[in-house]
Design a protein around this ligand. Sequence first.
Ligand code: ADP
Ligand code: MG
Length: 296
Amino acid sequence: MPGEFDLIDWIRQTQRSSPLLHLGIGDDLAALKWPAEELLLVGVDQVVDGVHFDSSLHSPRQIGRKAMNRNLSDCAAMGCLPAAAVAAVALPGDFSLDRAKELCQGLRQAGDAFDCPLIGGDTASWDGKLVLSVTILGRSAGGKIVTRAGAHPGDGIFVTGPLGGSILGRHLTFEPRIQLGRELAAVATSMIDLSDGLSRDLAHVCRAGGVGAIVDKAAVPIHSDAVELSRRDGVSPLQHALNDGEDYELLFTSAGKVPHEIRIGQITAEPGIFIRGEDGIPRPLAPLGWQHEIGH
Ligand code: ADP
Ligand code: MG
């Protein structure tokens, strides 16, 4: 019966070299050459069967890809470049070696697309569902990093693409906005990636900056998936665009005009988040986006 070390041997034999890599997979730790003047950014993000994917519907490659791309999207949101990643994998007991390899291929291909090698990990098998946790290392690489906290009253609020209905498939196939994040870092006062839904992620930015916001209803870009989902569930396309999670577009604020990006509203000094329709009257925008419940 194949085991953990068959998988690790295969991962080690098929790993690629990369400029920052001093020592790769196969030892107790990997080692990186780190440019002395650069900030090291670190994050971790996990995906769980039944929450972030459905292993009875989605292929191991799709799942691996999503796990890596969520982390890459966090790099995009900070305006940094990904440098390397490590992955901890908890495999269900009946998960075959071939499927485990496919999972690692998904992780690796997503990382390689942005020069982010998989440099290590941990593999366990257990009597439970598939869980995949990726830790990412990012580098400032000469750029300014952007936090959630810097929005000022008067700043415009922007998003980088249409929103809503990602559950129809985009939550698995999205492209992390790494290059765009780097470019926007030069003009953004705050930035976040849209993983929990616009209404909730905007609330994160406002709380971090101690500011409020007014969103223009007509300016919210609605994805065709939100329209399609609305046909099926009767919830309006706008509500899907405001509250669905996992768009993985960037939400940012900026004092200036930002060509090519979609301006959806303005930051205010008064706290509170409002949405303004045709009648011009601002109404409270509840943060209905995604939240994992604890203790239910
Ligand atoms: P340890 O006993 O020190 O935890 P392991 O036997 O778990 O070491 O891992 C051996 C090597 O294989 C390490 O370099 C580790 O980073 C790598 N590794 C283990 N599992 C994975 C994985 N799923 N993806 C990438 N690298 C892995
Ligand atoms: Mg280990």
